[in-house]
Design a protein around this ligand. Sequence first.
Ligand code: FAD
Length: 320
Amino acid sequence: IEKIREAELENKTLFSFEFFPPKTEDGVDNLFDKMDRMVQHNPSFCDITWGAGGTTADLTLDIANKMQNMICVETMMHLTCTNMPVEKIDHALDAIKGNGIQNVLALRGDPPHGQDKFVQTEGGFACALDLVKHIRAKYGDYFGITVAGYPEAHPEVIESNGVATLESYHNDLAYLKRKVDAGADVIVTQLFYDTDVFLKFVNDCRQMGITCPIVPGIMPINNYKGFLRMTGFCKTRVPPEIMAALDSIKDDEEAVRKYGIYLGTEMCKKILAHGIKTLHLYTLNMDKSALAILQNLGLIDEAKISRTLPWRRPTNIFRL
Ligand code: FAD
């Protein structure tokens, strides 16, 4: 978080990579191999998500620890309130503090699978604001805290016509400001494909008096079905020209991936041209598209990266 603040002051461009906990041991091994290579490009940090409903709590904690101490990259762990009484939250925070991790993305979380409304766990928190307040009250300034921001408003308030009312959008911004006022240092946004929507959101946040860094969450399009699923779930606006371009190549996986790299590059160029200094890449545990976008932007040099792994892990990461 300090690095993001410094980058803004020194006019440097930073980037970060997000990963999620894989379902199998082989998947975890593959993920660490990818991270090994990707961190050679010096991301400002890498983060690991907290499985929806707290389903990956132990694995997320384990991966976060190894990212910080074996991959040796500045690590941010996501933490949600879903199914988490305060003792479990403190257990997670104590564990990462003990492992030297200083960055947390504090989230409410989605309702567990099969439920359509978030219900506060007994002895837990109702929203991310409560979690931010708790972390600051209990851990002081030890953690840098990031929170989620929604350029199109949170999906729960997006109407059937695909947009939030002006009132809902403003309520969302006012609530975001409360999260920042309670101690959040940085905002990372939900994915978006309409860059103007993101730029307007940043402007609206500034008008509201939100002054902290706002980092755009960029999700390269890797395949057509995944893109439809993700944008449907997040109720993301997809500009008609993007939909039309994808529609014409949807059966050609390689063409979709190339288009995703082209689109991601153009979105980032426009964002950087507006003075935003940090990019957050939702990698979906895939390295190629994220790296290709950064290469196109001149932020990394793939040719300089060594192909050999800097260290060898014991094979069973779960039993370390
Ligand atoms: P909150 O900030 O609590 O807000 C949710 C909504 O409720 C907002 O619309 C807000 O305006 C409204 N609201 C809540 N409380 C109040 C209040 N007191 N007053 C007024 N309005 C209120 N999910 C996971 O399960 N694991 C992850 O690792 C994960 N990572 C994410 C990373 C990013 C960058 C983003 C953008 C989302 C991520 N999510 C993750 C999804 C997230 O958990 C969901 O979007 C969830 O529904 C909301 O979480 P939040 O922290 O934004 O909630």
